[in-house]
Design a protein around this ligand. Structure first.
Ligand code: SAH
Length: 279
């Protein structure tokens, strides 16, 4: 194999790279992410970064944790950003490793703007976001020609921890055939109620994809109307992606992980073939 890294950017001292680690499975790291891990002096990582990924670091690289630990409150966002500035000013190659994609509900933009403010050079390495890659591992496409021509990504709580009022729930419920929700389990009852109040049918398929792409991945298929009760009755815990819409029905045909352990996949999960044949 030719050395693919020869045409890739060199990680210079005093730089910060904001890198997406993907949803969990180390195989979903980008080559840029892997290459950065081979060069970094320090990796500042979040709670959602899989341990198997951290194990890919080079031998001299230090690991610094920037999430919640042992019930202590998490460090303030501003403090994390300033820590990146401090490490870069010490001349280190600083790899800021974040779950999924740094620019999808990951505060990557805030951290990068602090770097700009302090004249620290930086690079962004996108990652596979849980709302796309996690769904794919559950056998649920974010879009499918027969079900949706649009998809909405939203977060179930804002900076204050409450369901975001800035989201026009009526508009989302009506206009978005598929809704992919991050951080939505805490307020699942309120969120599903808002969507139903806005006219979304309670029988709309909904799935929780928990620990997506990791060894403990678990998928709970239910409906908008039953989601809150079913989640409560389960022993599932975050992180989870919640997906609402007809794409969830495709899982009976596309659960490729399930097929590895014997699930028989349906050829026509939406029942559209018969209609086409008849028409
Ligand atoms: N930047 C990340 C999202 C960070 S917000 C990304 O692009 O994926 C944290 C939320 O992401 C979690 O509350 C959960 O909703 C989702 N999430 C991240 N990793 C996940 C995983 N492996 N399985 C399920 N959900 C995940």
């Amino acid at each position: 194999m030719s050395d693919f890294t020869q045409h890739m950017a060199t990680f210079d001292k005093g730089w910060v790279w904001l890198v997406g680690a993907g949803p969990g499975d180390p195989g979903l790291l980008t080559l840029h992410a892997w290459h950065a891990m081979q060069q970094a002096d320090v990796i500042v990582y979040d709670a959602l970064v899989d341990e198997r990924i951290l194990n890919l670091k080079n031998d001299h690289c230090l690991l610094e944790y920037a999430g919640k630990r042992g019930g202590k409150p998490s460090p303030k966002q501003r403090d994390i950003s300033l820590r990146l500035v401090e490490l870069a000013n010490e001349g280190k190659r600083v790899l800021r490793l974040k779950g999924g994609d740094p620019f999808i509900f990951g505060r990557g933009g805030e951290e990068a703007l602090t770097l700009v403010e302090h004249n620290i050079p930086f690079r962004i390495v996108p990652g596979i976001s849980a709302g796309i890659g996690g769904l794919a591992y559950a056998g649920i496409p974010a879009t499918h020609r027969d079900t949706n021509q649009a998809v909405t990504f939203l977060t179930g709580h804002d900076a204050t921890g409450l369901v975001p009022d800035s989201i026009d729930w009526n508009a989302v419920a009506k206009a978005s055939p598929v809704i992919v929700m991050y951080m939505a389990t805490k307020h699942i009852e309120l969120i599903t109620q808002r969507l139903m109040d806005a006219g979304r049918n309670k029988s709309t398929p909904l799935a929780f994809v928990v620990d997506a792409t990791t060894k403990s991945q678990n998928v709970l298929e239910t409906t908008l109307g039953n989601a809150a009760a079913d989640y409560k009755a389960s022993d599932l815990k975050p992180p989870a992606i919640v997906v609402v819409g007809d794409v969830v029905r495709l899982r009976s045909g596309l659960d490729w992980l399930g097929a590895l352990s014997g699930r028989i996949l349906e050829v026509d999960p939406l029942g559209t073939r018969k209609q086409q044949d008849a028409g």
